[in-house]
Design a protein. Structure first.
Length: 317
């Protein structure tokens, strides 16, 4: 497996020379996959290459693994890092999404372990949610600030086109799945209290997790389509049988869900649409409130990957 490093501000690596025969140009892929708890590798990925990407927002969770899956170029990233090194509050979300953007990714399929808040959403079921509710605290969930302001639309936080791809893939995989649902994203790393769990149920929430909303917000600002494949490991603590759930049971469900996720993602990539009619990729158009002439040079440099296509009037790269 090859390994390359790609700095934030150039198309070549600062290690070695330009005439050493090694290709140091920035690779371009379209489909990104973010693996959650248990999904630290992507089976079936061939022609693998590890890419270290430096970003203005620090280092990503791990190296990006580029390769071919079902005949398509795919970029895989382990959300928590191999070995599960980052807690939900510590995941470098900005660097992860920025890194995907810098590699040319314009669509992300995100797999995530969740708990169920409904009796009919059972452990080992799959949910393709269509809404989020934010219960995080103190996370930075935007690329903007420090001299430049942007407000993107987020009424539909998950790409309808990518959701449709995942639903179709789940159907063809033959797994029990739920099309739609509200994902409440909590800060963690602790799980909910009993009163919190029952409150979320009274609000109409369907599943509970700790990561995907932050990714979805940043993906929208970056003009990247984003959809969640939520894999249910257990019922949250509201359920009467919750106390009988053991760590061993949860881990066993988690490992079984990894196999299901791999299957669904493979099928989704194989049928990935060449064209999409959603507005995700142009979400930043007309969302930047700051007068271009008033954007500080440091902010313009930091956000060049996102701002240059918008301020030049193209709306897309």
């Amino acid at each position: 497996m090859r390994t390359r490093c790609l700095p934030r501000d150039a198309d070549t690596c600062d290690e070695g020379s330009a005439d050493d025969g090694e290709d140091r140009t920035m690779p371009k892929v379209r489909i990104g996959v973010i693996g959650g708890s248990g999904l630290y590798e992507m089976d079936g990925l061939t022609d693998r290459e590890e890419i270290n990407v430096s970003t203005p927002f620090g280092d990503p969770s791990d190296v990006f693994i580029l390769g071919t899956l079902e005949g398509r170029q795919v970029c895989f990233l382990s959300r928590h890092g191999r070995g599960h090194r980052y807690s939900p509050s510590e995941v470098p979300f900005q660097a992860n999404i920025y890194g995907m953007k810098s590699l040319g990714v314009d669509a992300i399929l995100s797999a995530s372990a969740v708990g169920s808040l409904r009796e009919d959403i059972e452990p080992l079921n799959v949910v393709i949610p269509d809404q989020f509710f934010d219960r995080t605290r103190g996370r930075v969930a935007t690329f903007f600030g420090k001299g430049v302001v942007a407000h993107v639309a987020f009424a539909e936080p998950l790409c309808p086109d990518l959701r449709s791809v995942l639903v179709t893939a789940a159907e063809s995989a033959g797994c029990t799945h739920h099309n739609g649902g509200s994902y409440v994203c909590i800060e963690g790393p602790q799980f909910s209290t009993l009163v919190e769990s029952n409150l979320y149920r009274s609000w109409g929430m369907d599943i509970i997790g700790m990561t995907n909303l932050t990714e979805a917000k940043l993906a929208r600002e970056a003009g990247i389509c984003y959809a969640t494949l939520a894999l249910v490991t257990d019922y949250d603590c509201w359920h009467p049988a919750h106390d009988s759930v053991t760590t061993e049971m949860i881990i066993a469900n988690l490992m079984q869900n990894v196999s299901v996720a791999q299957n669904i993602i493979n099928r989704a990539v194989a049928t990935f649409p060449e064209g999409r009619e959603c507005g995700c990729r142009t979400a930043l158009c007309n969302a930047v409130m700051t007068n271009p002439d008033d954007i500080p040079a440091a902010a313009r440099d930091r956000l060049a990957l996102l701002l240059d296509p918008i301020l030049s009037g193209s709306g897309e790269e």
